[in-house]
Design a protein around this ligand. Structure first.
Ligand SMILES: [Zn+2]
Length: 257
């Protein structure tokens, strides 16, 4: 039997929710994706990581933050060539998050932080945050991706020249937070060197150039960038700890501001 999570809005009564509003809590919204993560990891990987970090941040902040409803499906058109992937259009995703935030605002919450485990949601969240300045001027909407908050820790994993989706850092995090969703015997290296990327893929992955969005099957036949076999749960724990402490500090500063 699972236990009641004290900081999760979903597990609270409406009375407890009203008390959380009155206490001036921040709402953390875990956003994910429903997309392929190679042959060895679950489709829910991005949501599972975002939820784990939000739960850890809420626990650190003991009573100053609550974890709100999850956004389980994200913007993943670039992964649709792989079975199981389900994607929202950018406009649908923005509409869903806007409705979550507007509902929370109606009850009195004024600070909401979206924590996205999926980089494909980033651009839409920027757009939504801009629109919300017009729609609800007394709301402060923040958002953050996960892995870029732990750039140093991820770099310390010494990845090969190509890394990223379903690679070392993401797999390590999953081995730490949800090992039951990783099949170590099925992990396979994807594209790990620039030479393996086709001409267009190389152009799309080069920084300091115009953006070019490509489907993942053109970057890696198995949808993986990097070598997830190199991932360890210890590395994942270090990355999750760094992300958790950076988000916690942000919320503490935000509440004190
Ligand atoms: Zn992912």
């Amino acid at each position: 039997m699972s236990t009641r999570r004290p900081h999760h809005l979903a597990d609270m009564t409406t009375t407890e929710a009203a008390q959380a509003v009155a206490a001036g809590t921040v709402v953390l919204l875990p956003a994910g994706a429903f997309e392929q993560h190679g042959p060895g990891m679950a489709l829910s990987t991005d949501l599972v990581r975002a939820e784990a970090v939000c739960a850890a941040v809420a626990a650190e902040l003991s009573g100053r933050a609550v974890v709100g409803p999850v956004v389980p499906v994200g913007i993943s058109p670039h992964h649709l060539a792989f079975a199981g992937t389900v994607s929202l259009r950018t406009s649908t995703f923005v509409a869903v998050v806007r409705d979550y935030v507007t509902s929370l605002h109606r009850h009195g919450w004024r600070r909401v932080l979206v924590v996205t485990g999926h980089g494909g949601n980033n651009a839409a969240l920027t757009t939504l945050a801009q629109d919300m300045l017009v729609d609800l001027p007394d709301l402060e909407l923040a958002w953050t991706p996960l892995t870029s908050l732990a750039a140093e820790e991820v770099a310390a994993l010494d990845p090969p020249e190509v890394h990223g989706h379903s690679g070392e850092a993401e797999t390590a995090q999953m081995l730490h937070v949800a090992p039951h969703l990783v099949h170590p015997d099925l992990l396979e290296p994807g594209t790990t060197s620039l030479d393996q990327l086709d001409r267009l893929g190389r152009v799309a992955r080069t920084h300091g150039k115009p953006a070019l969005t490509l489907p993942y099957d053109r970057l890696s036949a198995i949808g993986v960038l990097g070598d997830p076999r190199r991932a360890t749960a210890d590395d994942g724990a270090a990355v999750v700890k760094a992300i958790t402490s950076r988000i916690t500090s942000f919320v503490e500063d935000w509440l004190a501001a």
